[in-house]
Design a protein around this ligand. Structure first.
Ligand code: TNX
Length: 508
């Protein structure tokens, strides 16, 4: 029956779905595919084999018989959308792009269900397409470093929920994580440290290319961030001539003493997690040339349309310097044919370059100037990525007992709370057409291992991905439904050894 009765256990919930007869898989089931979706079909075959032990043969063709999976890539304007139906004895997927076909295969993976002596594809008739073009996650590899293998696994895990952008926070006060030709000390010196004495590390050009390619095979774009002009203490370690001395505010001093951390020292590695004290030398030509070089290089190795320039928490920088820096960095990115993204504080920049995307990280109920700063991006012809920190920040604790995580964003964030918001209901006067999409950032001050990443992301990330994909007024867009659909993810997570947070708010 139509959505409204029992939900099919899918996340994100499709735009339209109804139940239909199941399709039994057997040892001779095949994946029949159009030539253009062969790569996606092989990924599907691997996923089915890993989950069920059944190794389905992939064949280019379309003569499906009972128990087969048929992928038809035809003309049309479905873009990321797709259809999936099980009512003719086989599974039939229709799409008009390989991306749509890929999302259909992620839906199919969630429909795999064991029965007494084998596996079925749970019956459904689905017609689906995303609400927003950008469904993102962010990983901070600067506070703690994560290897290419760790990033590849995170890409695979979040791709199951139709996340199509991974924002990599590549630089911060505590470390520089990307090789930049001509500036060897960034990686020889400023990459060697991490928060709390962590080991550090960086991506070579080949590493970064591998991450980009792996993401692309999962229809995901890498959004690189070089956080400037603040959050740049690591630059002072590599090239002190490009950095100002730290500006130690009372807040930085108090936080350091509370946490028992050292204060930042100019030119020396910083392993605490205070914010807002660092800056590059704005207006100094050599520094600006260095920054220009970095952004041009990052643009040249990034096939995606966006480069994130940071712009957050520049607490020791004058409004004038901040504006002149952001205008110039954004112009450099634009002249490399990319769209700049900046954290929402950059909305206060006078003459913000047209088209710049703002990333909102205020609360669901905006405080101070946050809404006005966000709206400035829309007024300048850009759009917004919504990451309300009191809901979408994966580094917040679930409750006061969570072993890792922070709690500054209005206290801990339960799974239910992480799902209780709508991107268009935060900043007054904007609607869906002003919103590029949503993103769930994971800052890593307290996050050291892939298991830590997974514990904070699962189960909150799937709900946030649903907010980016599913219709705003869908019948299943409510906590009791998500709660039961999250419980249904458990078997796949266990099979994949995902370290998810087994909170008592969900009936696992
Ligand atoms: C704020 S949100 C930051 C980061 C921290 C994070 C910790 C934002 C743009 N900046 O520097 O890592 O809080 O939750």
């Amino acid at each position: 029956m139509i959505s409204g009765d029992t939900a099919i256990p899918l996340i994100p919930y499709p735009a339209a779905a109804q139940s239909a007869p199941d399709v039994r898989l057997h040892t001779t089931s095949r994946i029949l595919t159009s030539a253009a979706s062969e790569a996606e079909s092989h990924l599907l075959a691997d996923a089915i084999a890993a989950r069920t032990g059944l190794r389905l043969e992939v064949v280019v063709g379309h003569d499906a018989v009972a128990g087969d999976i048929l992928l038809v890539l035809g003309p049309g304007d479905l873009d990321e959308g797709y259809g999936l139906r099980t009512d003719a004895g086989h599974v039939r997927i229709t799409a008009s792009t390989p991306t749509g076909a890929y999302w259909a295969t992620q839906t199919l993976r969630q429909l795999l269900a064991p029965d007494t002596d084998g596996w079925s594809v749970r019956g459904a008739i689905i017609s689906d397409a995303p609400r927003f073009a950008y469904r993102g996650a962010m990983l901070d590899v600067a506070r703690h470093f994560f290897s290419v293998a760790d990033v590849r696994r995170y890409i695979d895990l979040i791709s199951a929920y139709k996340v199509n952008a991974l924002h990599l926070h590549l630089t911060d006060d505590q470390g520089w994580r990307l090789e930049i030709p001509g500036w060897p000390r960034l990686t020889e010196v400023a990459a060697a440290t991490a928060v709390d004495g962590g080991v550090g590390g960086f991506y070579t050009a080949a590493d970064f290319a591998e991450i980009v390619a792996h993401a692309a095979s999962r229809h995901m774009t890498i959004v690189p961030e070089i956080d400037t002009p603040g959050h740049t203490h690591a630059v002072s370690v590599a090239y002190p001539e490009f950095a100002e001395r730290p500006v130690i505010s009372d807040a930085v001093r108090e936080q350091a003493s509370e946490l028992g951390q050292d204060l930042p020292e100019y030119g020396e590695a910083y392993t605490g997690w205070g914010v807002g004290f660092s800056s590059v030398r704005i207006g100094d030509e050599a520094t600006e040339a260095f920054i220009g070089d970095v952004f041009r290089h990052v643009a040249s190795i990034s096939p995606g349309p966006w480069i994130h320039l940071g712009g957050d928490e520049c607490l020791g920088i004058s409004a004038e310097d901040f504006s002149s820096f952001v205008r110039r960095a954004a112009a450099t990115i634009l002249s490399a044919d990319k769209t700049p993204i900046a954290w929402h504080e950059a909305g206060k920049v006078s003459d913000l370059p047209a088209g710049t995307v703002g990333q909102y990280w205020g609360f669901r109920t905006p405080e101070g100037d946050h809404a006005a700063e966000a709206r400035a991006f829309v007024d300048a012809g850009g759009a917004l990525i919504m990451s309300p920190s009191d809901a979408a920040y994966l580094d917040m604790k679930y409750d006061e007992h969570t072993r890792i995580g922070l709690d500054w964003a209005d206290g801990p964030t339960s799974v239910e709370s992480s799902y209780a918001w709508d991107p268009a209901m935060i900043v007054e006067g904007i609607d869906d057409s002003d919103i590029l999409g949503v993103e769930a950032p994971l800052w890593t001050e307290t996050v050291r291992t892939p298991a830590d990443i997974e514990t904070l992301a699962f189960p909150r990330l799937p709900g946030i991905a649903e907010i980016g994909w599913s219709p705003r007024d869908g019948v299943q867009r409510r906590w009791p439904s998500l709660r039961s659909r999250l419980a249904a993810q458990e078997a796949a997570w266990v099979a994949d050894s995902v370290h998810f947070h087994r909170g008592e708010d969900i009936a696992w």
